[in-house]
Design a protein around this ligand. Structure first.
Ligand code: GLU
Length: 434
C-alpha cells in the first residue's frame, strides 16, 4: 500500500457519513440480477476504468503554501466521453468519487446521452478560503489533471460547492495550456460555464427544474395536483432553490428548509424568493430567517409535509430517520441521499422515491446541450433550451415509470435496469478488445 493510499484509508475511516460505494454497488447488483446481466459485463461495470489522484501545491494569500488532494474517477465510457461534476467538500475521497462516478454512468445512460460517467473534486472546505485562493486552487487542480480531462474525453461540470465561476476558471486554464490554434476549440472541456463564456442559458436552473418536473409528472400519473402540497427541501443551493422556485409557481408550499448551518420551518409557507434574497445577504445561509422558526436538525425529515426533497449530500435518509418521514414522495435532488437500509424502510411504508439518476438528471442534460452548443458554434435561447429539456426529461420519466409499472418494481430499480441494459447492448455489439 502506498503512503497515499494508507493515508486515504485512515481518513476515510474517520468520516461519519460514508458507504456511498456500498449503496451504489447494492443498487447496481440488485438491478443486474433483475435483468440477468451478462456476468462479464457485470465484472466490467463493477469497477472503475481510471482513478486519478493528484496532490498539488497552492500559494495562499499569506504567502504560505498548502498541499491539496484532488480526485477524478472515470468509471465507464462505453457510451461516450466521461461526464460528471467536480465537488469541493471535506467528504470528498476516493470512495465518494468512485460511487459518484458510477452514478453518473447510470444517469447519462438513462438520459439517453452519448456519455459515460466520471466524478471528482477536491477534499477541502471552500468557506475557509478567499476567492483568489479558490481561483488558484481550481487552476492548479486543472493543470494537475492535464490531459486526463478533455472536451472529447472527460468533461467536468459543477457539483456541490462549485459553480459557473469555477467552470470558467477551469475552461480558461485548460484552454490557456493548449497550443494556440486549439485554444478556443476546447471551450467544451467543461459545462456549466457562465453565459458569456460559452455557458448555456438555463443551465443554472436545469437540475432544479428537472426535480420539479419529475414531481409534477409523478403527480399527474397519480391524479394529484401540486396546488397546496407542502414540501421540505434539504439544501438551498442551486438545486434546492430552483426546485422550490418552480414548485411554488405551481401552487405548492415550501414549509421547511435545512442547510449546512441549520433548519427552519413555517407551516404557513416560506416565500422562496424572499428566503433566497435573505440567504444572499446572510453568507449564503438560511439560518435565522425572520419569517420562520428554527427547528432541531435531527427533526427535519420528520416534519409534516407531502413531498421531501433531499438536495444536499449523500446518505441523509437512513434507518435512523426513514421510519419518521411524513412525506409520501421523496424526490432525490442530491446524488445518493437515501441509503439502501433507509430505502427499504420507505418502500415498506409505501413511500415513493423518484431516484437521483432520474430526478436530478436535468443538470447533465443541460450540460449536454451546452456541449453541443459549443461544439457546433451555436448560441441557444432560454425558451428553446427549456422546451428541449422538458421533452428529454419527460421521455426518461415516462420510460422509468412505465418500466416500474410493467415489471412491478420500484422506480430506482427500473431506472437502473434501463440504464444498464443500454450499456450492456453497447458491449455486446462492440465486443471486448482484443
Ligand atoms: N454534478 C451534476 C450531477 O451530478 C451535473 C453533472 C454534469 O452536468 O456533468 O449530475
Amino acid at each position: 500500500m502506498t503512503p497515499i493510499t494508507a493515508e486515504l484509508k485512515k481518513e476515510t475511516k474517520n468520516i461519519p457519513v460514508r458507504g456511498m460505494m456500498d449503496n451504489v454497488m447494492e443498487q447496481f447488483n440488485s438491478a443486474a440480477d433483475q435483468i440477468n446481466l451478462h456476468p462479464n459485463i457485470r465484472k466490467i461495470l463493477s469497477i472503475t476504468n481510471n482513478e486519478i489522484i493528484v496532490n498539488f501545491p497552492v500559494k495562499m494569500d499569506n504567502g504560505d503554501v498548502e498541499i491539496f488532494t484532488g480526485y477524478r474517477v472515470q468509471h465507464n465510457n462505453a457510451l461516450g466521453p466521461y461526464k460528471g461534476g467536480l465537488r469541493y467538500h471535506p467528504t470528498v475521497d476516493i470512495d465518494a468519487a468512485r460511487a459518484l462516478a458510477m452514478w453518473m454512468t447510470w444517469k447519462t445512460s438513462l438520459a439517453g446521452l452519448p456519455y459515460g460517467g466520471g466524478k471528482g473534486g477536491i477534499k477541502l472546505d471552500p468557506s475557509k478560503y478567499s476567492l483568489s485562493e479558490l481561483e488558484r486552487i481550481t487552476r492548479r487542480f486543472t493543470f494537475a489533471l492535464a490531459d486526463n480531462i478533455g472536451p472529447e474525453h472527460d468533461i467536468p461540470a459543477p457539483d456541490v460547492n462549485t459553480n459557473s465561476q469555477t467552470m470558467a476558471w477551469i475552461a480558461d486554464t485548460y484552454m490557456s495550456t493548449r497550443p494556440p490554434a486549439e485554444r478556443t476549440a476546447n471551450q467544451h472541456v467543461v459545462t456549466g460555464k457562465p453565459d458569456a463564456s460559452g455557458g448555456l442559458e438555463g443551465r443554472d436552473r436545469a437540475t432544479g427544474y428537472g426535480v420539479y418536473l419529475s414531481i409534477k409528472l409523478w403527480s399527474e400519473k397519480n391524479n394529484r395536483t401540486l396546488e397546496g402540497k407542502k414540501f421540505i427541501v434539504q439544501g438551498f443551493g442551486n438545486v434546492g432553490y430552483w426546485a422550490a422556485h418552480f414548485l411554488e409557481k405551481d401552487g405548492a408550499r415550501l414549509v421547511a428548509v435545512q442547510d449546512a448551518f441549520g433548519s427552519i420551518q413555517n407551516q404557513k409557507g416560506i416565500k422562496v424568493e424572499d428566503l433566497f434574497n435573505y440567504s444572499k445577504i446572510n453568507d449564503g445561509s438560511i439560518v435565522d430567517y425572520p419569517n420562520a422558526k428554527t427547528v432541531n436538525k435531527n427533526k427535519f425529515f420528520a416534519l409534516d409535509c407531502d413531498i421531501c426533497i433531499p438536495a444536499a449530500l449523500g446518505n441523509q435518509i437512513t434507518k435512523e430517520n426513514a421510519s419518521k418521514i411524513k412525506a409520501r414522495l421523496i424526490a432525490e435532488g442530491a446524488n445518493g441521499p437515501t441509503n439502501v437500509e433507509g430505502e427499504q424502510i420507505l418502500l415498506e411504508r409505501g413511500i415513493t422515491i423518484i431516484p437521483d439518476i432520474l430526478c436530478n438528471s436535468g443538470g447533465v442534460v443541460g450540460s449536454y446541450f451546452e456541449w453541443l452548443q459549443n461544439r457546433n458554434g451555436e448560441l441557444w435561447q432560454l425558451d428553446e433550451v427549456m422546451v428541449k429539456l422538458q421533452k428529454k426529461l419527460k421521455e426518461s420519466f415516462d420510460k422509468v415509470y412505465e418500466y416500474s409499472e410493467r415489471e412491478a418494481m420500484d422506480m430506482r430499480t427500473a431506472a437502473y435496469c434501463i440504464a444498464i441494459e443500454r450499456i450492456e447492448k453497447a458491449y455486446i455489439q462492440r465486443g471486448i478488445f482484443p
